[in-house]
Design a protein around this ligand. Sequence first.
Ligand code: ZN
Length: 307
Amino acid sequence: MKKWLVSIAAITVMCFLTACGNDQVNGDGKEKIQVTTTTGQVADVVKNIGKDKVEVVSLMGPGVDPHLYQASQGDIQKLNQADLIFYNGLHLEGKMNEIFEKMSNDKQTVAVADSIPETMLLRTKDSNAHDPHVWFDIQAWIHTIDSVEKELTKISPENESFFQENALAYEKELQELDQYAKEQIATIPEESRVLVTAHDAFGYFGHAYGLEVMGLQGLSTDSEYGLKDVQGLVDILVERNIKAVFIESSISEKSIQAVVEGAKKQKHEVVIGGELFSDAMGEEGTEEGTYAGMFKHNVDTIVSALK
Ligand code: ZN
């Protein structure tokens, strides 16, 4: 009997120490900060700064289109359980605004894009709204690091220097990535620095690294595109002798295929230069499942198709 009690006690202690196999506690045996994010890009910032002090759940996995994404009942639960919610903002998550507004009444709900100076934000030609795809300008995206570091420190002030150190290391990694992108894109002949994709996700990328960017759909995949848009893009491809267009991991290939077909009819051969990660990152556990990895993949794909 006693022996039995002792083993129950031992199991209880073990469970306490290891949280019974789940990793809710960090290296110090303290409970992790529960963070829920929308996109993988935002999750990447939080993971890199919070490391083992945070448990990050990202709602939007590989191939998911944030413009059209609607929160499920399970998502609402994940948002409710979080100590902190980080999302992109600037209406990227167009169908979730109401939820964030509601949640912000009793929870710290942070749009990371709000930390980027307005002078670094781009507007579109046809609307007065800001372009939400801010993660494609590394110098702008680096500002989100400060915001995440600050929010984590508010919840866990004893880890201030830990977060600070991680933030510095992450910033250094992104600065190197920025440098890499600049050097690589510069190897494409100037007249070929034109990036044609399914939707306007690469405005910041083009602005930062010196490429002209054309998308078939507008800033949000919510907008319709018509035959006229396809024809307009085809004409440009033929006129400028552009040899490659790109598909996006979170958008159907159909629209960009129509452009390739259209060019063919005009006897201009255009190839699909590869798949770019625009609004979603790659599979978790692969290199493209990290922000730096997917960014590098995009740069390398663009360079090898246009060079
Ligand atoms: Zn987009």
